[in-house]
Design a protein around this ligand. Structure first.
Ligand code: NAP
Length: 426
């Protein structure tokens, strides 16, 4: 397993919200696999920088790419890049301790924040902003994020969806949690829950949407209880511009109506506009995959071109010995379990190729070859015991404070911790 960061687990470490520790227990599956003979971890090795695809197919019999979706979709509206307008991915990476995002300075001393999008990431961001110091304390949120969120002056968090409540892609469990926060009331305008006929009919076969509607109706019936913050869910509105001199001061929204096109309900703008004041904006409108120069890439979908995980060229013919899994295979949707199934499908194709003889072991492929090449190229690879050294340090620091771990947040800290064991045994 080659990984760009010194740490494994991808979004389980750096994407899953810190107040959802149960979701992170999937890392135990990783630990079990990592102990199997034949498994090796090479962290701090970047494909494209330290090794190329051509190197990998020379060094290994088969290569599976599972590097997810590294970028985010844009809104393409005026003012999108004003200070105070962030992508949700930046905020998530920051509060989770991703070493590339620790220099970011989030000014949370504003009255209102707007989160754009109706997916689970938008809910994570809205909920994290609303957590109290007591709720954050037992998590592995980084200290700077606990301080900033704990002392923030945000009182109103508005989540805006371009389509209606029946089209939100939230899972019901995540939505329910918004109604259980210690420091925030949840507010929904009952008028925005009125459904058009097509949306109403869709509830019959869409269990998730039906359950979401039940939760939303419960939210809409609630009276404010006087908690210091409010999370407000808005529907059928799209941002058309962000305004402000040097930083965001307001957002202009247009009201949408739904129209059926090619069997899908899409948001169509009306003439009705409104402006809301806000000092912070989080754009949570989906991730986007970024390809590798040597691999066939579908620009529209942001995925490696593939058939059920077998990487194929523009002509549809398999590239050979190259596979992909997860978000870079099928796009940035689905929960952890979706990716397990997805990986199983890819491995089934790999095994089929092995069975049919299109994939075979070559004698020149040896375990030592990759290490030799990495050291020849001057790479500072973090091996599995380097990661366990980081892991132990972080867990020990967390144990003293009753937290799962205190994450090391900079490349230097991570690499030093990884090399501590190697130095001790040298
Ligand atoms: P998502 O579920 O695809 O949500 C993206 C949202 O952005 C949708 O509501 C979409 O609306 C909206 N959107 C897209 N373009 C827009 C635009 N130009 N203007 C306004 N809104 C726009 O993606 P996500 O929230 O990034 O999550 C990614 C995946 O990770 C999801 O499958 C999610 O379930 C999963 N995840 C799971 C958990 C969990 O299980 N706890 C936590 C986080 C993430 P339309 O529907 O109209 O396109």
């Amino acid at each position: 397993m080659l990984e760009r960061l010194p740490t494994p687990w991808g979004l389980v470490r750096l994407g899953v919200a810190p107040d959802h520790p149960k979701l992170k227990t999937v890392s135990r599956a990783f630990e079990r696999i990592a102990l199997k003979p034949g498994f090796r971890f090479f962290g701090n090795v970047e494909v494209g920088r330290d090794l190329t695809h051509a190197d990998l197919t020379r060094l290994y019999d088969a290569v599976v790419y599972a590097f997810g979706a590294q970028s985010d979709r844009r809104l393409d509206i005026p003012g999108e890049d004003l200070a105070g307008s962030w992508s949700a991915t930046e905020f998530v990476a920051w509060y989770n301790g991703h070493p590339d995002f620790q220099e970011l300075q989030f000014d949370l001393n504003v009255e209102r924040a707007v989160v754009i999008g109706n997916g689970n990431v938008a809910l994570d961001v809205a909920r994290m902003l609303a957590l109290t110091p007591a709720e954050l304390e037992p998590t592995d949120t980084t200290d700077p994020a606990i301080d900033a969120i704990g002392s923030s002056t945000v009182r109103d968090i508005v989540v805006v969806g371009r389509r209606g409540p029946a089209q939100a892609s939230w899972t019901t469990q995540e939505l329910k949690e918004l109604g259980e926060l210690a420091g925030a009331d949840v507010a929904v305008d009952p008028a925005e829950l009125e459904l058009d006929a097509v949306s109403e009919a869709s509830l019959e076969h869409d269990t998730n949407a039906r359950r979401n509607m039940e939760v939303l109706r419960d939210f809409a019936a609630r009276e404010p209880t006087g908690k210091p913050m409010t999370v407000r869910l808005r529907f059928l509105v799209s941002p058309v511009a962000l305004h402000g001199d040097e930083k965001v001061q307001s957002m202009e929204l247009v009201r949408n109506r739904l129209e059926e096109r090619d069997g899908r309900l899409v948001a169509v703008p009306t003439d009705e506009r409104e402006t809301i004041e806000c000092g912070l904006v989080f754009r949570s409108v989906g991730y986007r995959g970024v390809g590798l120069p040597e691999l066939p890439f579908d620009e529209r979908r942001g995925t490696i071109r593939n058939e059920r995980g077998r990487v194929v060229g523009d002509d549809g013919a398999p590239v050979g010995r190259t596979y992909c899994a997860g978000w870079i295979k099928r796009g940035p949707t689905g929960i952890i379990g979706t990716n397990k199934k997805d990986a199983t499908e890819t491995v089934a194709q790999l095994l089929e190729d092995l069975h049919e003889g299109t994939l075979a072991h070559r004698d020149e492929v040896t375990a030592a070859a990759v290490e030799d090449l990495l050291s020849e190229r001057g790479a500072r690879a973090v091996l599995y015991h380097g990661w366990t050294s980081i892991d132990e340090l972080e867990r020990a620091a967390g144990e003293k404070l009753g937290r799962p771990r205190v994450k090391l947040r900079t490349w230097d800290e991570l690499l030093e911790a990884a090399e501590r064991v190697a130095a001790e045994t040298a």
